[in-house]
Ligand binder design. Structure first.
Ligand SMILES: NC(=O)c1ccc[n+]([C@@H]2O[C@H](COP(=O)([O-])OP(=O)(O)OC[C@H]3O[C@@H](n4cnc5c(N)ncnc54)[C@H](OP(=O)(O)O)[C@@H]3O)[C@@H](O)[C@H]2O)c1
Length: 232
């Protein structure tokens, strides 16, 4: 069975990725920073006949990423999903920037996905599918920014997009890995809020279709959950 690793798998889109891949019979390495607080994920794991394994991982703890990569050494990971992310706790409007918060936002949204790629490139490279996707946002698209604001979130996810393009080139050449950035839509999660346009099930089903259709030609690009391509 193919294996998928998902970060931030305790709630929202990460939990839904875990649920849908498990439903399809995949082995799921569900990474969550506080397993004791992730009751839905624990239930999914308990009912999965061993297909869903819960791993403790705060992705801003880079030593912990290295430790998990070592624990899983020799293991093939077909799809790695950098899903964990944050909009930051404060300061999305001009004049209220909190740069200590920016550092946390960048560490989670941009540095951690690169660290995950560095730690797990070997695991993904030895798999059959060799896919490494990062959940970005349309708010990172400079071409689509017609509203302003959200400085740290937009900037950190734009940095993530730049990282994804280099990963697609470097890991594509070296390991045959297909890297891409995804936009999940505006989704009813804790982050998206109750007024968002779609539910997590539809978003993740769409992103899974995009992941399944990734090819060398489609790697290094920015895809929305509905299969449309976004401009940087
Ligand atoms: N919802 C939307 O409309 C929307 C739109 C565009 C892009 N996105 C992107 O989609 C991704 C998932 O968003 P969501 O809507 O599911 O958000 P969410 O409901 O706020 O969930 C955020 C997830 O990130 C995890 N996380 C936060 N800090 C972490 C850390 N240090 N280490 C490991 N995990 C951590 C959280 O875990 P805890 O439970 O431990 O806090 C949680 O699982 C994010 O990258 C987000 O930027 C979402």
């Amino acid at each position: 069975m193919p294996a998928v690793l998902v970060t931030g798998a305790g709630r929202g889109l990460g939990l839904e990725f875990a649920r849908q891949y498990a439903e399809d019979g995949w082995d799921v390495l569900a990474c969550v920073r506080a397993p004791q607080k992730a009751a839905d994920l624990q239930r999914l794991a308990a009912e999965s006949q061993g297909r869903v394994a819960v791993h403790t991982l705060d992705v801003t703890d880079f030593a912990a990423i290295d430790t998990l990569a070592r624990q899983l050494s020799g293991r093939a990971i077909d799809v790695l999903i950098n899903n964990a992310g944050t909009m930051g706790s404060r300061g999305s409007t001009f004049g209220s920037s909190d740069f200590a918060d920016w550092e946390q936002v960048f560490r989670l949204n941009a540095f951690a996905p690169l660290k995950m790629a560095e730690a797990f490139a070997g695991h993904v490279g030895r798999s059959s599918e060799k896919k490494l996707v990062s959940v970005s946002t349309i708010m990172a698209s400079m071409a689509r920014n017609n509203m302003g604001g959200f400085y740290a979130y937009r900037a950190s996810k734009a940095a993530l997009n730049a990282i994804v393009v280099s990963l697609a080139i470097d890991l594509g050449r070296r390991h045959g890995i297909l890297a891409a950035a995804l936009h999940p839509g505006w989704v009813r999660t804790d982050m998206g809020g109750p007024r968002a346009e779609i539910d997590a099930r539809a978003s993740v089903a769409g992103m899974r279709r995009v992941i399944a259709s990734l090819t060398r030609e489609r790697a290094g690009r920015f895809w929305a959950y509905d299969g449309s391509e976004l401009p940087w």
